[in-house]
Ligand binder design. Structure first.
Ligand code: NAD
Ligand code: UDP
Length: 328
């Protein structure tokens, strides 16, 4: 009954999470059918509440460490906790999600002979000694530390994706995502942008780990989603990996000061111990994304923070959160 020429049935794993729910919005707006598979570990039905009655949307409560039998035309594999406090809560499950999850999703893609996207991460570069980080950099990663379950899990997932591509001719697209923020991050997510905004809105102490001199590059979610869709639309044979992130680089202290100023908060800075293996600097080299995808982010940190602050403000005040409108 579908128009097979222009629309697809698409599986999004981790579709009830921060990035996954925005992706579901975009795919539905483009006319596709979306099956969202999520075990709701860090995701929330709130993120997809506006989609539950949509005739082309279906939610499956499913853990991707177990096989999934389903018929789809395309797979986006986003399932995995992304915040350090969440992925360190049950590190064995984190590795299983990345590795067994990738094996299950790649097996599904092989049977269906369909295109599959992997949400990889800048964490594959570890605590980088090359700055900014190009895709050709092999990284500086601790294999036995508290972040290893995530970093090594994601690295092994990349290995599996490229071996399925070489061995079975699978059509893969691998994005290395750098720190991304925006509406629908979990308020207790533990990541720096959500922590600082929630603390500033409540006029509570802003918790800076270390001296706040470590750097990150922050990409607004809408920009990232443009990059996702451009990568997935590249011809078969273009595999990536492609860095997707905003090359603007800020110290964590600068971020804290910006958030305080934008919120107009009375919060004070407090300094707490730096977590083990916390990368000292991170900034994407996005030359490949510019050349191959004609993509670069357009939303500056201040604009993106304003929109994220409005979201958390409404969430904390219990007001109804407007559904973001996206370009089709
Ligand atoms: P998130 O925690 O909001 O979303 C992850 C989703 O995956 C959640 O809905 C969670 O319930 C689900 N999930 C976790 N384990 C699962 C399992 N075993 N089976 C099924 N569902 C499971 O995080 P996010 O920021 O939306 O991240 C999405 C993806 O992007 C992740 O793979 C993450 O590693 C990657 N990524 C994100 C960022 C970022 O800055 N947001 C950066 C690099 C990579
Ligand atoms: N961070 C911080 N205070 C917080 C949360 C995080 O100073 O309340 C720091 C953290 O130590 C890291 C940076 O902010 O240096 C980014 O942390 P996040 O967890 O967002 O992501 P990461 O890039 O480390 O995975």
């Amino acid at each position: 009954m579908r128009n097979y020429e222009s629309t697809k049935r698409i599986l999004v794993t981790g579709g009830a999470g921060f990035l996954g729910s925005h992706l579901c919005d975009r795919l539905l707006a483009a006319g596709h059918e979306v099956v969202c598979a999520d075990n709701l570990f860090t995701g929330s039905k709130r993120n997809i509440a506006h989609l539950l009655a949509h005739p082309r949307f279906e939610f499956l409560r499913h853990d991707i460490t177990f096989p999934l039998f389903i018929e789809v035309d395309e797979i986006w594999n986003l399932a995995c906790p992304a915040s350090p406090i969440h992925y360190q809560h049950d590190p064995v499950q984190t590795t299983k999600t990345s590795v067994h999850g990738a094996i299950n999703m790649l097996g599904l893609a092989k049977r269906l002979d369909c295109r599959i996207f992997q949400a990889s991460t800048s964490e594959v570069y570890g605590d980088p000694q090359v700055h900014p980080q190009p895709e050709s950099y092999w990284g500086h990663v601790n294999s036995i530390g508290p972040r290893s379950c995530y970093d090594e899990g994601k690295r092994c997932a990349e290995t599996l994706f490229f071996d399925y591509h070489r061995q079975h001719g699978l059509d893969i697209k691998v994005a290395r995502i750098f720190n991304t923020y925006g509406p629908r991050m979990h308020p207790n997510d533990g990541r720096v942008v959500s922590n600082f905004i929630v603390q500033a809105l409540k006029n509570e102490a802003i918790t800076i780990y270390g001296e706040g001199q470590q750097t990150r590059s922050f990409c607004y979610v809408d920009d990232l989603l443009d990059g996702f869709l451009k990568l997935m639309a590249t011809p078969k044979g273009f595999t990536g990996p492609v860095n997707l992130g905003n090359p603007g680089e800020f110290t964590i202290r600068e971020l804290a000061e910006k958030v305080i100023a934008l919120v107009g908060s009375r919060s004070q800075l407090v300094f707490m111990p730096l977590p083990a293996d916390d990368p000292t600097q991170r900034k994407p080299d996005i030359s490949r994304a510019r050349e191959a995808l004609d993509w670069s982010p357009g939303i500056d940190l201040e604009t993106g923070l304003r929109s994220t602050i409005s979201y958390f403000d409404a969430l904390l005040a219990g007001r109804e959160i407007p559904t973001p409108v996206h370009a089709p």
